[in-house]
Design a protein around this ligand. Structure first.
Ligand code: MN
Length: 729
């Protein structure tokens, strides 16, 4: 467990002196005296003087070999929040740079009351933290040091707070440290969290490790000597470190492989640090001559660094008596980067406050860009996915390596190659074999994406995409598309409404009446009015009443309330809303449920009720808003009569053969259904995709059609898509 020794300012000054001889010691002394004065009389939960905390944070920053500004900020980081010191006073004492950083850190933790839910607060916290850190990376480094010391002294809080803070640390702060490459902080945070979140497992494992390490000590020392002799007899300068692996990583590995503490090899490992890259590879070769490597366990992170810039060679070899053990090989430079990550060898004076072009900062910035405008839940989810420590490496057919968070799919790959490739992606081949969009990527896959000009994004894709970046691209496409569709629909609705009222929309298009209507709804252009009508926010009858002054028009406002073709106003309604019948009801396009399927209604912005299939992926998100849920049911007899047929789009993949399309269309017509539209695309390879829109009566009818299509020879996959709008003008 982490210890928190009593740190003195002299220790910090001495340490800084070592790695930064021309550092401004006065700044540090001044910050120390100022902090000591302002925090005087304050105590921590532990009963210690409060000053211990900023001093310890400053010490952690000195261990990371940061510049004096960062360390001064560490000493002062709680001043604005916990004492009566003002912003202006700080600026007079310490100048603008230190003050800006302390203000940024204070803002991150100081607005909690302004948000309604814990989740929203948490999300906003991190958003601010990331934002401030892309301006000056020292913000997040001080925040990590602050969190590390708080975790080291967590035992003084009550159990509830311990669990909450440890969980947040494990979910967000440890992964952020990992993404910034700061191994030393990441490991310690994880082990501390492990202790508080899984106390019994941590206790048991640490006891087992201690016992085994004791009994294996001599034997392990011998192995270390053998490695040292191999190095020296080959004239390679290097250091061999035997080390106990971090408890949390041992535990994770055990859970992954579902094994118990079998042997010491699970938690003891060696690290060899040498002077050059060529010495790394030479050492690997020599060790493999001595002990056989375990196939598949050699990892060359020198040739392919991790996204956080980590580099090393990893191998597992079969040791004495057939026991495998792990060895990492790296240069001193790589070692510094593995321990201190973005903070390693960073000279703020030369390069400014953030490393330009550093992939780790680019990642922070990218995360902020892609989650712009997302809800707190979406933001936290994206953050967690993108922070997930495991990465998957895949290859393009040209041999370029792309890395993804574990869980990423073919669709994520396509969007990474190019946004347009993503928009039109129908699937791809993995190592030459055809796979659909939702297939998860695995390490070493060689992936080629197939596209079709007919293919476009739909709402389902949001559940297939695993990264924030992909989702944001899909969302922006959908928003554009929905807006233009709404404009089209709204225009048609208004034209029809005016025609029914004995007038013509065209005659009023640029009139003063319309201009007044736009103003009263806060709209600027006619197109905005079309969109508002198309989205169901303004009923067409409201517009005609306003312009023609004829009072409320009768008849349905929205075409989907009654099923079937335009003008079929006397067809029976297919859906009923329990209770309030004033709602406009429409079938959600994402899942497009057909009569007989289980459905749920949600009140949308404006005044409509969207009806989703109960198992629609979007419903899961909507369930967080129970206040918007509303009871809907299929009207009796909804499935009867031609007027109430639903249109369902089917996506199919096939291996081309003569007569395939005919067989497919026969399958549909043999079930008494009708193909409304069909488009297909066959590639040179003979693989193809077809999208077919068919009419169905209800759920059972659809199931039978799907079944028949599935059985057509050459058909590889039949999937239902939820893009088609029912009825419509
Ligand atoms: Mn603090």
């Amino acid at each position: 467990m982490g210890v928190s020794p009593k740190v003195r300012i002299e220790d910090i000054l001495g340490r800084v002196e070592q790695y930064l001889p021309d550092a401004d010691g006065e700044l540090l002394r001044h910050a120390y005296v100022f902090a000591a004065n302002r925090h005087r009389g304050q105590v921590r939960r532990s009963g210690e003087a409060y000053l211990i905390h900023p001093l310890s944070v400053a010490w952690i920053l000195a261990e990371m070999e940061l510049d004096e500004v960062a360390i001064a900020v560490g000493l002062l980081h709680d001043i604005l929040e916990d004492t009566h010191t003002t912003h202006e006073e700080m600026e007079l004492e310490f100048g603008p740079v230190v003050t800006r950083l302390v203000v940024a850190l204070t803002k991150i933790s100081n607005f909690e009351s302004s948000f309604s839910s814990r989740e929203a607060t948490e999300a906003e916290n991190f958003r601010r933290l990331l934002l401030a850190s892309t301006d000056d990376v020292r913000v997040i480094l001080v925040k990590l040091a602050d969190r590390l010391h708080n975790m080291r002294t967590l035992k003084h809080l009550n159990r509830d707070r311990q669990v909450a803070i440890a969980q947040e640390t494990l979910d967000i702060y440890a992964p952020i440290a990992n993404r910034l490459g700061i191994g030393s902080i990441k490991w310690e945070l994880e082990d501390l969290c492990f202790h508080y979140l899984y106390p019994r497992e941590a206790e048991r494992l640490s006891r087992a490790v201690k016992e085994r390490a004791k009994s294996a000590g001599r034997w392990f020392g011998e192995l270390q000597t053998v490695i040292e002799e191999i190095l020296s007899s080959n004239k390679i300068d290097g250091e061999v470190q035997g080390r106990v692996k971090h408890l949390y990583s041992v535990w994770q590995k055990q859970r992954r492989q579902a094994v118990d503490v079998e042997s010491i090899f699970d938690f003891l490992a060696f690290r060899v640090i040498v002077n050059s890259v060529s010495a790394c590879y030479a050492t690997l070769g020599l060790l493999h001559q001595k002990w056989s490597p375990v196939p598949g366990r050699i990892k060359d992170y020198i040739a392919i660094p991790k996204p956080n810039a980590y580099q090393s060679l990893h191998t597992t070899v079969i040791g004495p008596e057939g026991h495998p053990f792990e060895i990492q090989i790296r240069t001193w430079e790589m070692h510094a980067i593995a321990e201190h990550g973005i903070a390693a060898h960073w000279n703020y004076k030369e390069h400014g406050s953030t490393p330009v072009g550093d992939s780790r900062i680019a990642w922070l910035r990218g995360l902020l860009d892609t989650t712009k405008g997302s809800s707190p839940r979406e933001f936290l989810d994206s953050l967690k996915v993108d922070l997930y420590p495991d990465e998957v490496y895949c290859f393009t057919p040209q041999g370029d390596v792309l890395s993804f968070p574990r869980g990423a799919t073919i669709l994520d790959f396509a969007y990474r190659v190019h946004t347009q490739i993503g928009h039109h992606c129908v699937g791809g081949t993995v190592n030459g074999r055809w796979v659909p969009l939702r297939t998860k990527l695995t390490n070493g896959d060689i992936i080629e994406i197939s596209t079709s000009p007919q293919q476009t994004p739909n709402h389902d894709w949001l559940t297939i995409a695993a990264t924030a970046r992909t989702r944001s691209k899909i969302r922006s496409w959908l928003r554009r598309e929905e807006k233009s569709r709404a404009v089209e629909v709204g225009k048609k609705l208004l034209e029809r409404e005016f025609q029914r009222a004995g007038s013509a929309w065209k005659r009023w298009a640029d009139s003063a009446e319309i201009a007044a209507l736009l103003r009263s709804h806060g709209l600027t252009r006619e197109e905005d009015l079309f969109a508002a009508v198309g989205f169901g926010k303004i009923a067409p009858s409201v517009v005609s009443a306003h312009v023609l002054g004829s009072g409320e028009a009768d008849g349905p406002d929205f075409p989907v309330l009654t099923a079937g073709k335009a003008g079929a106003a006397d067809a029976p309604p297919v859906l009923e809303v329990t209770g309030d019948s004033d709602f406009l009801v429409y079938i959600a396009r994402c899942c497009n449920p057909v009569p007989g399927e289980e459905i749920v209604g949600f009140v949308t912005r404006g005044k409509g009720v969207a009806v989703h299939a109960k198992n629609c992926p979007n419903v899961r998100n909507l369930l967080y808003h129970p206040e918007r849920e509303i009871d809907v049911r299929w009207a009796r007899g909804a499935a009867e009569g031609k007027a109430s047929r639903s249109r369902v789009a089917l996506d199919m993949k096939y291996q081309d053969r003569p007569g395939l399309l005919m067989a497919a269309s026969h399958a549909v017509s043999s079930e008494g259904s009708n193909i409304v539209s069909c488009s297909l695309q066959t590639e040179d390879s003979g693989l193809g995709a077809v999208t077919m829109t068919v009419e169905v009566r209800d759920k059972d009818h659809l199931a039978r059609i799907l079944d028949k299509l599935q059985n057509v020879e050459g058909m590889l996959q039949v999937e239902r898509r939820g893009l088609v709008r029912r009825g419509g003008p």
